[in-house]
Design a protein around this ligand. Structure first.
Ligand code: 13P
Ligand code: SF4
Length: 366
């Protein structure tokens, strides 16, 4: 007889304190059979239960290295997919709420990327002149696309190393889904803006002339992060006017204008490290998701560091926020009962090709 899973509904009525105690008890019961991975954008009530926290690169390495039977990923869907792809077949990757997607990842899909590849084929031979590069914020089938077309995955940490590798293979790069990470990385490498063109998947031929495609070094998919697009150069100007001694640090999903005006640009892990290593008394303006910035503020105010959020409005990642203590509690108590809920399983042929692209990334990463 197949045991039925504990229902989710009753958990919605639990308050956070009750969940906290029950999550701790479930973790205790599961012991080393369980590892909880938590992305830096998770809310505190969930983040505190993570065995390991990190940016996308660090967490994918953690998933690959973990011996645990259950990998519960407090993050978003593509992260749990990567955990499934990089872990052993007998390990189980779980996402506590299946609705926790990434709106940027959803901006590119296999059908439209294949259509773009075919359209590029009318101008040049993409198999010999274009390396496809997908940001890790993408579905597994796009990573598989890169795997079978000589391409690679990147994260915000290793984008430059990955692009250098990609240009070592072929003269051009098709970069998806985040135009900003692609453009900021190309800009840091000295690639002129005129040689980075935007591919609009809703326009025939991407909305580009043959000449524009032929001239381009990087073809940027027209995707963006709805959180990081809220940060504007004028926020930095206003901060610098008030605090000329202050420092500015941004995530590379922010626009080129914001990144060019920032003192430092890097992944969430890099942002934490840079603020941690700054001298006491430093004042920071940080352009990334609010949960992380609030945590930095709390962690470093004892050292006299001031950490400010870049935008005047609240910008949280609403999909990361879907992972709440109630869903985590429900997931873990089901595991204690021997039932797996919300398993993320990438079909083997897709997983194999996606792993090829991920392994290339892990090899070239610093
Ligand atoms: P990091 O890999 O820098 O943590 O970024 C992930 C992400 O989704 C940022 O929006
Ligand atoms: Fe996706 Fe943006 Fe959320 Fe990161 S912050 S997971 S890119 S929607």
């Amino acid at each position: 007889m197949v045991a039925t899973a504990l229902a989710l509904e009753p958990y919605a009525g639990l308050d956070d304190a009750a969940c906290d105690a029950r999550i701790r008890a479930a973790r205790e019961a599961l012991g080393e059979r369980l590892v909880i991975l938590g992305h830096h954008y998770q809310r505190d009530e969930v983040f505190r239960h993570a065995d390991y926290s990190g940016d996308s690169l660090k967490l994918s390495r953690q998933a690959a290295a973990s011996a645990a039977e259950y990998i519960v990923f407090c993050g978003v869907h593509f992260m749990a997919e990567v955990a499934d792809i990089l872990s052993r077949p007998d390990q189980v990757a779980i996402l506590p709420d299946l609705v926790a997607g990434c709106s940027m990842a959803d901006m590119a899909d296999l059908e439209r990327v294949e259509a773009a590849w075919a359209a590029l084929g009318e101008v040049l031979d993409p198999e010999t002149s274009v390396t496809p590069v997908t940001y890790i914020n993408s579905s597994a089938d796009l990573k598989a696309f890169c795997g079978r077309h000589g391409g690679i995955v990147c994260t915000s940490t290793n984008a430059r190393h990955v692009l250098e590798w990609a240009f070592g293979q072929r003269e051009k790069v098709l970069f998806f889904p985040d135009q900003h990470l692609g453009r900021n990385t190309g800009d840091a490498m000295g690639i002129p803006l005129e040689e980075m063109v935007v591919w609009d998947p809703d326009q025939p031929g991407g909305g580009l002339s043959r000449e524009a495609v032929q001239r381009a070094r990087i073809i940027l998919w027209k995707g963006f992060c709805s959180v990081h697009q809220m940060f504007r150069p004028e926020h930095i100007d206003a901060f610098r006017a008030r605090h000329p001694e202050g420092l500015v640090i941004s995530h590379p999903e922010a626009s080129l204008e914001v990144c060019r005006k920032s003192d430092y640009v890097g992944s969430t892990e890099y942002i934490i490290r840079t603020v941690a290593e700054s001298p006491p008394g430093t004042r920071w303006l940080v352009g990334t998701e609010l949960n992380l910035v609030n945590r930095l503020h709390e962690r470093f105010r004892g050292e006299g560091k001031q950490v400010h959020f870049m935008a005047p409005t609240v910008c949280m990642c609403s999909t990361m926020f879907r992972i709440d203590p109630q869903h985590l509690c429900w997931t873990l108590e089901n595991l204690v009962e021997g039932r797996v809920v919300n398993r993320i399983q990438v079909p083997p042929p897709v997983a194999d090709q996606a792993r090829t692209a991920l392994d290339r990334m892990l090899e070239v990463s610093p």
